[in-house]
Design a protein around this ligand. Structure first.
Ligand SMILES: [Fe+2]
Length: 540
């Protein structure tokens, strides 16, 4: 029996409720969009953060036409939610009623408890006699359950103005994903036209100005949630998300951001609070007792997924030898203490870490100026500064050293932020590779739409970037694969023997009907901490 057949049998079993991979086929994007426009549920439904007995379900109700996101208009609205074992909602597993209103932008978010582990559920909402589109979600297996496969979509950097979210549509159409990991930059904060597709706005976002106030952030989140491809993928499976910087402002740190000027935009704290409030209202994410977003999810004995918050507690970005200052932090002390205890405790066979910015060291010093320019802009390298990206872990070297020393075997970093595709072995430093062993592996997924290297160069894809990729790899031998041009998504497949990331590119982000094609795959055998190229994507 071939591996592919084993996988298909397994998926069938999963669909029948005995496995973990499949949650069933989503409705088409077009059908969802049409249904949403005709109902008060025009922002779709979503679910997230599955536990063995719980999952978050989400929607937004528009009780009267003028109650647009961020408007503050519209009164209280009573909404019923239902979680069922069957698509006809005859076998209700949990249900309830709550009142939402303008104080929470008419969003509805329920942490549904008391569910069965490793089970597929249908969920929907009812308002004024109208049912929302139904979503599919799934609870996690119990920690001690033996699980033989886990498949996740992996995405980041979805910029409305830079194009259509075809990556989401193609992921939704697969029907084989347990869930989706979004590594941040789910929205972008810029004013209209400031960061588009090679300078051209594919579709204008709302509001037209840079978002600063609570109403602004709500309006922007609300518009993103009208995208049919985004709605299709949210309705298809639970998401596990973390923010990066653009959910607030570019290159944010604990006390400000590169794209925040207190002189013209006011103090940082209220802007941060506004962005956070809108995020928690609009995203299916579970927060800890102190409002923290870092957390661990677990999928039986096979894998756990630790999602990190690398923006809320970090020291300000710097350059030069200051990056080595042992007092600088990316995570903050409390999150690092928590992370170390998570990593040293009895974890699953694979330790996945959702890590918004690249942890592998990266040397760009050998690149010629015409290539270094676009890479600098993409990677945030300061002009005239050292040739490294001080916004990612390269700007926090002492803390990275401490974290790498604490990594358990079989750690896999899942990373976004830099809009490009990378397969890295993670050395202690770039200079010591390969003399000292790789400590982990890292898969970096490309942007869903945001500009990358050929876009900054205004060049044809796969022309000038090829030179840059060759030079990056020559200067960074731990970078086993790099592709700087494509937009798309990743699919991570985990089994007890290996993890494999498949990268897929979309054909044209300016077109709503863009095709998807396989780009590359890398796998890591359990216990190896190394990568090898895989020559075909996992079948589905
Ligand atoms: Fe981004």
């Amino acid at each position: 029996m071939t591996k592919a057949i084993i996988r298909r049998d397994f998926l069938k079993a999963a669909a029948a409720g005995t496995g973990i991979a499949a949650v069933g086929l989503p409705a088409t994007a077009t059908a969802i969009a049409a249904a949403a426009e005709a109902t008060p549920f025009r922002h779709g439904v979503a679910s997230g953060d599955p536990l063995p007995d719980a999952v978050i379900i989400w929607t937004r109700v528009t009780p009267v036409p003028e109650a647009a996101p961020g408007s503050g208009a519209g009164g209280p609205a009573e909404v019923t939610w239902q979680v069922a074992a069957d698509p006809g909602f005859q076998q209700i597993a949990a249900s309830g009623t709550l009142t939402t209103g303008p104080e929470r932008d008419h969003t509805v978010k329920v942490d549904v408890r008391g569910l069965e582990a490793a089970t597929t559920y249908h969920y929907r909402f009812l308002f004024d006699g109208v049912a929302s589109p139904a979503g599919l979600t799934r609870t996690a297996p119990r920690p001690e359950a033996e699980v033989d496969g886990l498949r996740l979509g992996v995405v980041s950097c979805s910029n409305w103005e830079a194009g259509h979210f075809s990556a989401y549509r193609h992921l939704a159409a697969r029907g084989d994903l347990f869930g989706v990991v979004h590594l941040g930059d789910y929205i972008y904060e810029y004013r209209r036209g400031e960061f588009a597709a090679r300078g051209t706005v594919v579709r204008p976002h709302e509001p037209a100005h840079e978002i600063l106030s609570l109403a602004d952030y709500r309006t922007r989140h609300g518009q993103y949630k009208t995208d049919p491809d985004l709605q299709a993928l949210h309705a298809a499976c639970p998401w596990m998300i973390v923010w990066d910087d653009h959910e607030v402002a570019n290159d944010s740190w604990s006390g400000g951001a590169e794209n925040h000027d207190p002189a013209t935009e006011g103090p940082w704290a209220p802007r941060l609070a506004a962005s956070r409030q809108a995020y928690f209202e609009w995203m299916p994410v579970r927060t800890g007792p102190a409002g923290e977003i870092y957390r661990t999810l677990r999928f039986g004995t096979l894998a756990d997924l630790t999602m990190l918050d690398l923006r809320s507690y970090r020291s300000r970005q710097t350059s030069g030898i200051e990056v080595d200052d042992p007092g600088r932090t990316m995570t903050g002390q409390a999150q690092m203490d928590w992370l170390r205890s998570v990593l040293s405790g009895g974890g699953a066979r694979w330790r996945l870490i959702g890590n918004s910015v690249m942890i592998s060291p990266l040397a760009l010093g050998s690149l010629p100026a015409h290539l270094l320019g676009p890479l600098r802009r993409l990677l945030g390298v300061p002009e005239g500064g050292y040739a490294l990206n001080s916004d990612q872990w390269d700007g926090y070297t002492a803390e990275r050293k401490r974290l790498l020393a604490a990594l358990p075997d079989n750690t896999v970093f899942l990373t976004g932020d830099i809009h490009t595709s990378w397969a890295n072995e993670v050395p202690r430093t770039a200079a010591t590779y390969p003399a000292s062993p790789s400590l982990a592996v890292e898969f970096v997924v490309p942007s869903v739409t945001s500009d990358n290297v050929d876009d900054f160069l205004r060049a044809e894809p796969r022309t000038i970037s090829l030179t840059a990729e060759g030079l990056v790899r020559a200067a960074n031998r731990h970078v086993r694969g790099v592709e700087l041009d494509s937009h798309g998504y990743g699919v991570l497949d985990v089994n007890p023997d290996r993890v494999q990331m498949d990268w897929f590119a979309i054909s044209n982000r300016s077109r709503a009907d863009a095709a998807s094609s396989w780009l590359a795959s890398f796998a890591s055998a359990h216990g190896s901490r190394r990568l090898r190229r895989a020559y075909r994507p996992v079948p589905f």
